[in-house]
Structure formats: structure tokens, C-alpha cells
Design a protein around this ligand. Structure first.
Ligand SMILES: C[S@@+](CC[C@H](N)C(=O)[O-])C[C@H]1O[C@@H](n2cnc3c(N)ncnc32)[C@H](O)[C@@H]1O
Length: 350
């Protein structure tokens, strides 16, 4: 095993973005720590990062100013030779047992195993996961879980080397393997777009059940609206298109079958405004500005920003600036369920 013996003030991580957006994440990470270097594991998506900061210092820097396009990261605490044969399993397992902190005895752990594209080991990753789980259980009485783990054991298998790290979930930015958030599709679900708002709730630490009156702009076919109704809000959905028929009879829903530019509300009507209009951000913000007046001071806005011309940082900056001084940006994040877009979470100043 090669324990990570970096020169003081350097550490390594496996970092993941939505496919095609890794270059933006790399720009953000280099801005945090100039001199940071990347080696490709999955093209445009997953990279081994060497950052000129110590492990804890690097994690603190990322958490302080979370990069928009960084979906997931895990530390590389050890590197083990990996040939893709059954012979890999024992050394990987014993390295993990050695790395595991005995102070975390009895903890709930998740074991997350990923591999590079095109690397096809002769064993199932499930077999490796079971072996890791059994060995940690025996050595440290850990209990393997899928969610709500206290520690995540991450293994990334690449041709020639396995990268191993053990970290609390918050250090990984997401407790889903590689940040790939998987929700189960429900019967009769109005749209897959619902997953975007579900993921935003989780990524932004929002409690959607805390809102009483929500305005959903560009609501059809109704995935976001249905989630807000499920969470207990009274929802005004604005969209000239039709909503999913199951929603229409909901007693807490008002559907205004109109263009967003043609509706008006008294000031302070809503405590939540969401918008997933999938339009040019500039045009969309123009339409939204008068509607933001209907949001109460302290109210929340969750807005999808479409990335039109490959200048995402400028798009966020321009869009937020157009909503100032009333709205304050809390977080911008490209979610796993975002495609050529990202999601911003803002609050109205009091
Ligand atoms: C991506 S879909 C929204 C999906 C929705 N969030 C869901 O969960 O089902 C975009 C919607 O924006 C609506 N839209 C586009 N321009 C609009 C406008 N000016 N006013 C209101 N709605 C608009 C479209 O009709 C379309 O239904």
C-alpha cells in the first residue's frame, strides 16, 4: 500500500462533475488553490486531483466556497496496485482496515465503489464491497448502511491503481456515490423535473415543508408543483401549458394558464418562488423581476438557469446582479439532475 505521504501541504482527491462540465470545476478548484493538477479517470467527469493544500485544509477550502460544478469528492488516503484480478481484493480490504480509525468503532458505514470507464475487473464490485464490509465489521463492529452513514469508505478502481479514502459524508459534498443522486420514479409522476427540486431541497439544505404559499413559474407538466403540494404548501402554478391531470383537482392548487409576463400578485404574497422555465436566463430574469416583488422579505427562490453560451460563471453573475439588491445568492450548484443548466438558491433581503 502506498499511504499518502505527500509533501506537507499537498493532498489528493477523486473529484467528479456532471459529464462535460469538469473543466469548469477544475477552474474553480484552481482558483481556490493555484497549482492544483488533474489526471483524467473518466473523460469530462472524474479526475484525480492533486492540490497544494493539506487534506483537512483542502476540504475546508472547498466547503467554504463550494465550487458550482463540483458534484462530489473523496480524499485519496491510500493507493493500492490494482490489476483487475481477484488478487486485488485482499490488499484493498486490508488497506481499508488499516486506514479505518478505531475511534469510529461501531459506526454506520457506507462502502462506495466506482471504477474508471473501460476498466472491467474480473470481479464484481459487489464482491469487493461485501469483503470490505465483512472485514470492517469483524475489526471494528461497523454496520453497513446505504444512507445516513457516519463514515463513507470510497474506492475508485482504475487500471493499475485503486484510490481509497475514508471520510465523513459532508467532506464528500454528497453522500451518493459520485454524487449521482438516484430517486425512485413514482407511479403517475408528472415529470422527471421533479427530481431537480427534490435534489435542490437536499443540496441546499432546504425544508420545503416549511413553506406556506409557493409560486411556481413555468410549472407544467407539474413535477415541482406536485412536490410542493406534497410538502404541504398552497401552490400557484403559472404556465400556459397543461398540468398533469391528477394535479388539477388538488384543493391547494391554483393553475393560472397564462404567460408569466401576464400575471401579477400583491406584494408579500408568497414565501417561496420557484422557476424552471428553461429559457434564456436574461429573458427569464426580466420576466421574474416583477414577480419577485410578490415574495415576502426573507422569502426563498429556487431558479434553474439554462447555460446558453458556455459562460456559466458570467451567467450566474449577470443573473444574480439583475435581481439585486433585493435578492441575495445563497448557493449556486449544478445538480446531478441538471443538464445544460444549474440551479440557484436565493433569499429576499429583509
Ligand atoms: C422545463 S418545463 C418545467 C418543468 C416543471 N418544473 C416540472 O416539474 O414539471 C418549462 C415550462 O416553462 C413553461 N414556460 C415557458 N415560457 C413561459 C412563460 N413565459 N410563462 C410561463 N411559463 C412558461 C413551458 O410552457 C414549460 O411548461
Amino acid at each position: 500500500m502506498i499511504e499518502q505521504s505527500h509533501p506537507a501541504g499537498a493532498s489528493q482527491f477523486v473529484v467528479t462533475s456532471n459529464r462535460g462540465f469538469a473543466a469548469y470545476a477544475q477552474d474553480e478548484l484552481r482558483a481556490l488553490a493555484p497549482g492544483t493538477k488533474f489526471a483524467e479517470l473518466i473523460a469530462g467527469e472524474t479526475y484525480a486531483m492533486r492540490i497544494p493544500l493539506g487534506r483537512e485544509e483542502a476540504i475546508a477550502a472547498v466547503l467554504r466556497q463550494e465550487p458550482i460544478f463540483l458534484r462530489h469528492m473523496h480524499p485519496i488516503d491510500a493507493e493500492i496496485a490494482c490489476a483487475g484480478t481477484d488478487g486485488d481484493i485482499a490488499p484493498i480490504v486490508s488497506a481499508i482496515v488499516r486506514l479505518y480509525d478505531p475511534a469510529d468503532r461501531g459506526a454506520a458505514i457506507a462502502v462506495q465503489i466506482r471504477k474508471a470507464e473501460g476498466f472491467h475487473p474480473g470481479y464484481e464490485t459487489g464482491a469487493l464491497r461485501d469483503a470490505v464490509s465483512a472485514a470492517l465489521k469483524e475489526a471494528n463492529e461497523t454496520e453497513m448502511v446505504v444512507k445516513d452513514a457516519k463514515r463513507i469508505v470510497s474506492v475508485f478502481l482504475n487500471n493499475g491503481v485503486a484510490y481509497i479514502g475514508i471520510s465523513p459524508p459532508e467532506y464528500n459534498l454528497s453522500d451518493w456515490p459520485g454524487g449521482a443522486v438516484r430517486f425512485r420514479k413514482e407511479e403517475g409522476q408528472a415529470s422527471r423535473a421533479k427530481f431537480k427540486l427534490l435534489e435542490a431541497e437536499y443540496a441546499f439544505g432546504l425544508d420545503l415543508s416549511g413553506f406556506r404559499k409557493a409560486l411556481d413559474i413555468g410549472a407544467a407538466p407539474g413535477g415541482w408543483t406536485s412536490l410542493l403540494l406534497e410538502r404541504g404548501a398552497e401552490v400557484t402554478a403559472v404556465d400556459p401549458a397543461v398540468l398533469h391531470p391528477e394535479l388539477l383537482t388538488h384543493p391547494r392548487l391554483t393553475h393560472l394558464k397564462r404567460n408569466a409576463g401576464d400575471v401579477q400578485f400583491p406584494p408579500d404574497t408568497f414565501d417561496l418562488l420557484v422557476c424552471d422555465m428553461s429559457w434564456s436566463p436574461k429573458q427569464m430574469i426580466k420576466l421574474l423581476l416583477p414577480l419577485l416583488a410578490a415574495l415576502q422579505p426573507g422569502g426563498t427562490a429556487v431558479i434553474t438557469l439554462k447555460l446558453m453560451h458556455g459562460k456559466p460563471f458570467q451567467t450566474v453573475k449577470d443573473s444574480v446582479r439583475a435581481m439585486q439588491p433585493d435578492m441575495e445568492l445563497h448557493k449556486a450548484k449544478q445538480l446531478f439532475h441538471n443538464r445544460d443548466e444549474l440551479t440557484v438558491y436565493l433569499r429576499k433581503r429583509r
